[in-house]
Design a binder for this molecule. Structure first.
Ligand code: CTP
Ligand SMILES: C[C@](O)(CO)[C@H](O)COP(=O)(O)O
Length: 267
């Protein structure tokens, strides 16, 4: 992986027309949906998965018979709101990701780009590859997000400018000092566990990430970059099943949730 400060390399055209260009063409032609907001998606998959500890990066491990990453790409591919997708991955994985995009017929994937050393850098590089007014950012390791949840997040962002999926915290949360002694118990009623997608006006999010880079700020999600500019970011209640595959026990749980979903039980 290269350092995030270098410019993003645009792929040599998995899909020739950018979402913005496609939207303009549709508007000119008076096509249905021409006036709908056109979303671009950055799917980040350039992490090393150190907490998972597998030789293969977790985003490429098999889930339900296909690489884990493909699940959320297929979901976004199927959503009318999404005009184009930029996939960001590690330097040595770009070619196999391009191959998968072709074989899984992910025609909305306009580019597969090389990411940066931190999630924040990967997002910024991905945003530079999009041409849409609105941008959502999704972790490639959250394969179980549903279209209903994504849609709710996008709709709220269109109303407020910025929105993220989240679920209310179920446990009591404690803050402990360096000796492991509790120092505070924040009021759980205002605490949310934050997920992706996170949705914004693309130019504002890019500006937020560029300012974060310039000032050496490193956040663990995209909202943090926007919050520090003073912009309000809304939380949209999502689903507890939208788990991030992070540690080994997450994978069999995801298999269970996927199988249950495929049997037609609740999501
Ligand atoms: N330099 C990075 C780091 C992370 N990510 C992506 O950001 C998402 C969330 O990150 P996380 O779960 O922390 O993934 P890893 O960084 O791979 O995991 P770990 O922290 O255990 O190494 C993942 O889809 C991951 O691939 C990325 O694109 N570029
Ligand atoms: C963005 C995120 O998914 C929100 O929960 C998360 O913060 C990214 O992963 P990490 O484990 O914090 O690196």
């Amino acid at each position: 992986m290269k350092d995030g400060k270098e410019p993003a390399k645009r792929a040599s055209g998995l899909r020739p027309q950018s979402g913005a260009a496609a939207g303009e063409a549709a508007a000119e032609a008076g096509a249905p949906g021409a006036s709908e907001p056109r979303w671009g998606a950055v799917v980040v998959a350039a992490g090393r998965g150190t907490r998972m500890g597998t030789a293969e990066s977790k985003q490429f491990l098999e889930l339900g018979g296909k690489p884990l990453l493909i699940h959320s790409l297929e979901l976004l591919q199927g959503m009318d709101e999404v005009a184009e997708i930029v996939l960001v991955t590690g330097a040595s994985d770009v070619e196999r990701c391009r191959d998968w995009c072709r074989s899984y017929r992910l025609s909305k994937v306009a580019a597969v780009l090389e990411g940066g050393s931190e999630r924040q850098h990967s997002v910024r590089l991905g945003l530079r590859g999009l041409g849409t007014e609105w941008a959502l950012v999704h972790d490639g390791v959250r394969p179980l997000v549903t279209a209903a949840a994504v849609r709710a997040c996008l709709r709220r962002a269109e109303q407020t400018g910025a929105a993220v999926l989240a679920v209310p915290v179920k446990d009591t949360i404690k803050q402990a000092d360096e000796h492991g002694v509790i120092v505070a118990t924040p009021d759980r009623s205002s605490l949310w566990a934050i997920q992706t997608p996170q949705a914004f006006r693309r130019v504002r999010l890019l500006e937020a990430h560029e300012q974060a880079l310039a000032s050496g700020f490193l956040g663990t999600d995209d909202a943090m970059a926007v919050e520090r500019l003073g912009d309000p970011v809304s939380v949209v209640e999502g689903e507890y099943t939208n788990i991030k595959i992070t540690t080994p026990e997450d994978l069999p749980y995801a298999e269970f949730l996927l199988a249950r979903r495929e049997r037609g039980a609740e999501s």
